[in-house]
Write a protein that binds this ligand. Sequence first.
Ligand code: GDP
Ligand code: MG
Length: 599
Amino acid sequence: SPEDRIRNFSIIAHIDHGKSTLADRLLEITGTVTKEDMKQQLLDSMDIERERGITIKLNTARMNVEEDGKDYVLNLIDTPGHVDFTYEVSRSLAACEGALLVVDATQGVQAQTLANVTLAMEADLEIVPVLNKCDLPSADPDRVCQEIEDVVGIDCSNALQCSAKTGEGVPAIIKSIIDAVPAPTKSEDQKMRLLVFDSFYDNYRGVIAMFRVVDGSISKGQKIRFKNSGKEFLVEEIGIMIGGARRPVQKLAVGEVGYVCANIKTVGDARVGDTIIEAGTEDEVEALPGYTEATPMVFCGLFPSESGDFDAMRSAFEKLSLNDAALFFQPENSVALGLGFRCGFLGVLHMEVVKERLEREYDLDLIVTAPSVEYQLLMKDGTETTIQFANMLPPPIDIAEIREPYCLLEMIVPEEHMGPCMELAVQRRGIYRTTSFLTQGRALLEYEMPMAEMIRDFFAELKSRSRGYASMDYRIIDFRANDLVKLEVDINKTTANPLAQIVHRSRVTEFAKKITKILRDEIPAQQIKVIIQARIGTHIVSSANIKAVRKDVLAKCYGGDITRKKKLLQKQAAGKKRMQAIGKVNVPSEAILAVIKQT
Ligand code: GDP
Ligand code: MG
């Protein structure tokens, strides 16, 4: 039957190990896309993704291949390559029967190799190990095979070696997909169930949902229902993706992968992980397992630098959220930063990508506040709530317990850099779990660590302590009660709201000192004395003063050269624009930002 000739597979890899390059080669060698048509890295189509070399939104490609005189259909289901998008990775893997595990033969197993392979095993996929970059002189495929066997625990005696760059060894991979990846199991007579593994917004067609037919079939003109959201639509078009282009078809049967357009207005109505069923069958047909709503894990405030940009920012957010079901935003009025938004993201990268898109695609100049995690509060009256910003914290007297999210952190580091990396983990309140050694001088370290410490530039610090060699991955495991307090900052007795943060008691002194020092250096001297105090409740942890200066700043330039005078005036004018009055003190926005960035 036709489904015997279908192979649905993904490529999983650590960042930079060659997933996109291999996907390109597969499309090229199967003649799906001609070399002339092939844009560099076709599958990563968003600009930011291309620049950062990561895949955020998934793309699929259908390839037709002839092998031993038989025609096969290979559906490549691309997965996002970042830890923030684990849920989306798990849904696209759920649409496959197999996965190519690509490992850079010069680098070996890395943190996301492990994370991805764990997901693939949980999805019961047939895993085909592929050693890439074998064209490089430093490639050591035998050692890396051993490493995969030791760490991942899969047989590598038949591991394939290739160069995605030159194409060497890639035809053998195609043969291996056909031989090793199972065909979809058939259940053609059953009622329609489609797994949505990606959805995105198209300006002309509205939302396009990518799906895998798990049971039954779908036809044009049918009335469908998203089982979890309960939304119903009339199918306008179904089809398959060939090299980035949509080709409409009349019907797609069990095992096949395709797209559907049904006049859907936002991706929130066609969420990844939802099950499409035939309208009217909702009482008899169950949803496919594994659906969860994307929950934001990292929060921050985003404010326009120009207060007049607030409306433009709101409309930009609305447009972005058509295509991003995980993006959370809500207007906020901050004393120091003006009108802006409180936002929630899947993780730090998701946050950076959204910020970058607002700046680039919508031409907005933004101020970002320090990222925060979500805290669970148990109140003394027995009620529970969650908060995402220090300003939302009720009086401590009413709180019985504050819980913060913990993650399981896996780092792979060269043994010679283990010391400084472990020191960092402890500094960040990490709880040591285990060490295991990989082949040839690398160690896999496991810690449990508060997520709040992770989002404070942990990865950058880890990279610098390992000379760039460490890789890491994390996943949230639970919430734990800790001794957490609100650290606030007063400037001449007026509280600077954007600077409040929730900090573990053990780190309060360090943070308080840092904050007062930064503000002392960044706030220009004024006509009155400035007193900066970092405090918990009424207890002052650290303070600093800035002496008053005479009114005419230019007096000191008297007789000095004219350009210096001019420069000073210019600087003052520019400064004025971004000054915020906190109490009677003029605080430059840069001072607030410096604190937010460095704590
Ligand atoms: P991804 O992050 O896994 O998608 O990795 P990419 O496909 O973007 O590749 C990362 C870098 O490795 C790019 O600069 C590629 O040109 C390079 N690369 C990928 N495959 C090979 C290969 O087989 N040999 C060599 N020498 N370089 C490769
Ligand atoms: Mg890529």
